[in-house]
Design a protein around this ligand. Structure first.
Ligand code: BMA
Length: 339
């Protein structure tokens, strides 16, 4: 039984492994990681930074596939157990609101979130510069693109799984069009998923070395009795390039631009070969979670070294307890984020 409640459905078939003895951190890796290896599909060299949801008793996901021509795109995958995936060989065939083909030039780092019976796919795309693309589906057969929420430049948009105060709520990270050396998480709201406003600052980089360059939203926030549990990425710069770690914060349930707790240490940082070695070394990039209300179990899907997909586990008690015990917030974190 959990002390902290998860406000989500039961998911008895959530992928799961118990915490290994001697593991000192609140997240532990699936011991058969990576769950998706190299060359997963003809014409696709690597799948990473991808998102999954429960669907019809199994799981469905949207996957960042790096095509062999170097252009990233989104592929659909299905799985009975959340670990072994079958991918559709063709890129997701997005259409516009008239049903006409409407493929983005490129698409990467997709997130997948259900709000009120509609699944939204949110990614980074070209909109005369790096910006956010969105589509919706109700059956995972037809994928209809909807308006881009923001002008360039922006990345890492993550939708909340329910409206907050009657409005769709989205985290994003304004950026530049390159390997952005800055970045804070902001929040925006919309009555209709088309017009976005009420922009608020949520949190910025911190003085802690692992997130002292930039941060960005990761998985869709998880609603708990403590607040919205957010797994995000924090980045530091080294003489050998950026290092991406997984961080954790808890946001106020009704005013989610207010940070209640923010863990001063990372929750997971590159340590294994598939995180330290790959197309871009030293990257752990969370994009989705699964959770089970009955047991408090949480499974985290994260991109590894821009080359693989990894799976890590925790429980809501373990991770919220750790974040709260190691929390350090600033005035800018705690305030509403409006100036
Ligand atoms: C970011 C994004 C991610 C990528 C990361 C590390 O800017 O492009 O897709 O995983 O860099 O290369």
């Amino acid at each position: 039984m959990s002390n902290t409640k998860l406000y989500c459905p039961s998911l008895p078939n959530i992928p799961w492994q118990e915490k290994p003895a001697g593991c000192g951190l609140p997240l532990w890796r699936y011991f058969q990681n990576p769950v998706i290896g190299r060359n997963p599909l003809p014409g696709v060299a690597r799948i990473f930074n991808s998102a999954v949801v429960p669907y019809e008793g199994g799981f469905v996901g949207v996957f960042r596939g790096e095509q062999t021509n170097g252009v990233p795109y989104i592929y659909l995958g299905r799985s009975a157990d959340g670990i072994r995936w079958d991918f559709s060989p063709e890129r997701i065939p997005f259409v516009d609101e008239d049903g006409q083909p409407a493929q983005p030039v490129y698409a990467y780092d997709p997130r997948l979130v259900e709000v009120e019976g509609v699944w939204y796919i949110i990614w980074c795309q070209d909109f005369y510069g790096a910006s956010i693309g969105m589509a919706k589906t109700t059956d995972f057969k037809t994928f209809t693109r909807i308006e881009s929420p923001f002008v360039p430049f922006n990345r890492n948009a993550v939708l909340f799984p329910r409206k907050v105060n009657g409005l769709y709520t989205l985290l994003s990270r304004p950026s530049d069009s390159g390997h952005t050396p800055f970045g804070d998480i902001f929040l925006s709201q919309s009555p209709d998923m088309a017009f976005w406003g009420k922009h608020r600052h949520v949190m910025g980089k911190s003085g802690n070395w692992w997130e002292n360059l930039k941060i960005g939203g990761g998985a869709a926030p998880i609603e708990t009795s403590d607040g919205w549990l957010l797994f995000y990425h924090g980045v530091t710069g080294t003489c050998n390039g950026y290092v991406y770690s997984i961080g954790g914060a808890i946001l106020d349930r009704e005013e989610p631009s207010k940070v209640l707790y923010r863990c001063k240490t990372f929750l997971l940082t590159p340590e294994e070969w598939y995180e330290e070695r790959g197309f871009v070394p030293n990257v752990c990039f969370p994009c989705a979670t699964l959770q089970d209300a009955d047991t408090g179990r949480i499974a985290i899907y994260y991109g590894c070294a821009d080359s693989y997909v990894g799976l890590a586990f925790t429980t809501v008690d373990e991770v919220t307890g750790y974040i709260k015990a190691n929390s350090e917030t600033t005035e800018a974190d705690r305030e509403l984020g409006k100036r």
